[in-house]
Design a protein around this ligand. Structure first.
Ligand SMILES: [Zn+2]
Length: 444
């Protein structure tokens, strides 16, 4: 379908993730673990080859020899796959026991790791240890839905899912969804499969900005929302999932610490493995309840409001503040905004990100006076100019809502900041996705 046709029919293709809990048999578990191990082995082996090549070249160079660029091993996905094909018989004679996706995945991940390092976003890639669960990504031809409760994976067989995959299955059957890849992961003995799917969706017209909400994300009140006229309409208390699980976590970790864990040359004891599984289970529970809360809130907002205004938070910068870091990552602010980005596109609402430097917390929502300073522990905003006394988060939310109101009349397209790239979970999976239209583009 061409881009033109997509616009006129108001349909668009999005890359969407579907995640389901898996219920593999013991045999399938051991096959999957073998794939994880193979992937980790290939990753480490390739990294080792590149490292020793670079180290050797450096010594040569220091000795005054001029080296042609061909002498350096490349780190592109293709370079690494080629290197693996060349060395696999020698390094891993067992390689054919696992599907090819295993090694392709390793090469791709390592290539990504090198790219992030070159761009200054990460440190130099390190070898992967065997401590935690794992994951492996299967490409489209290796996974197929057998029915709404079974997924067929090459080399693994038909694996049952706990939940029904009905929605996804229907998309695939009708031809409105195409599976691009699937990642199987394990954490604390819980297995999950996450499909990356190219889905055709009917995109609604962008709604007129009748209902506007500003949302302040905070630590005591996780999400405080208010309308431009100053009515508080949303209050989600911070459940502090991680904090409340902390006692339990400390307890399980203490037990694990007294047992023989993995250390150089010594295999971990079975008692440690059991204790460690309990620690991982607490972590997994925290992650699940956090995910549910964020999904619930963002869906409700995208459906119930036409314009949603949030702060463009610099989460990475804030995480450097260590006393707050734990709470900020616990509240998963970045994930909240990411979900709003694609859900507003689905439901025809608009997401506006207020300027990062707009002082929403320090501005009085009644008279507009901006305070010079407002410390984090001041929970109530008191204005010296007009005498307003209001909850800090609600005050910020009102200011944000008004920003959105001002913004929407002049720049309808502020929702256009919701670039299609954000909906693409894996840009390399399907280059055609770059032609995806945002609802704003479609609606006009
Ligand atoms: Zn005031």
């Amino acid at each position: 379908m061409s881009v033109q046709e997509r616009i006129s029919s108001s349909k668009t293709n999005l890359t969407q993730a579907y995640r389901f809990a898996l219920d593999p048999t013991p045999l399938q578990v051991s096959l999957l673990r073998s794939h994880f191990g193979g992937s980790r082995f290939a990753y480490n082996a390739l990294l080792g080859l590149v490292k020793s090549n670079w180290d050797a070249n450096r010594i040569e160079k220091e000795a005054g020899r001029v080296l042609p660029s061909e002498d350096y091993l490349g780190t592109s996905h293709f370079d690494l796959l080629y290197l693996w094909a060349e060395k696999r018989d020698e390094l891993a004679p067992w390689w054919s026991e696992n599907g090819v996706s295993t090694y392709n995945d390793a090469a791709q991940r390592l290539s990504h790791a090198f790219t992030s390092w070159r761009n200054g976003n990460a440190k130099f890639p390190t070898f992967k240890a065997k401590t935690r669960g794992g994951s492996v990504r299967f490409r489209n031809h290796a996974v197929r839905l057998a029915d709404s409760h079974h997924v067929r994976i090459s080399r693994i067989g038909e694996v049952k899912t706990y939940e029904s995959m009905r929605k996804l299955y229907r998309h695939v059957e009708r031809g409105t969804g195409r599976i691009l890849a699937a990642t199987i992961s394990e954490r604390a003995d819980r297995w999950a499969i996450s499909f990356t799917v190219d889905v055709q969706r009917q995109i609604p017209q962008t709604r007129p900005p009748n209902r506007v909400i500003g949302i302040d994300v905070g630590l005591s009140t996780l999400y405080a929302g208010a309308t431009p006229d100053g009515t508080p309409v949303l209050e989600v208390a911070n459940p502090r999932h991680l904090v409340s699980a902390e006692t339990k976590l400390a307890h399980t970790q203490r037990i694990a610490s007294r047992r023989q864990g993995p250390c150089k040359g010594v295999a971990p004891s079975n008692r440690w493995k059991r204790a460690n599984a309990r620690v991982q289970k607490v972590h997994a529970g925290v992650a699940n309840s956090r995910r549910n809360l964020i999904h619930e809130t963002t869906t409700r907002l995208a459906k119930d409001f036409d314009v949603i205004v949030v702060e463009d938070l610099n989460v990475a910068g804030m995480l450097k503040n260590h006393s707050l870091a734990k709470h900020i990552s616990d509240a998963a602010w970045g994930e909240f905004v990411r979900q709003l980005e694609y859900k507003t596109a689905w439901y025809g609402s608009t997401l506006v990100k207020a300027d990062r430097f707009y002082p929403s917390s320090k501005t009085c929502s009644q008279c507009g006076t901006v305070k010079a300073k407002l410390s984090l522990d001041e929970r109530v905003f008191c204005c010296e100019a007009c005498g307003l006394s209001i909850d800090r988060d609600v005050n910020a939310a009102i200011n944000l809502a008004r920003q959105g109101l001002a913004g929407t009349s002049s720049v309808t397209g502020r929702g256009g900041e919701v670039r299609p790239e954000h909906q693409i979970l894996d840009a390399t999976a399907h280059p055609d996705e770059t032609s995806t239209k945002t609802p704003t583009d479609v609606g006009v």
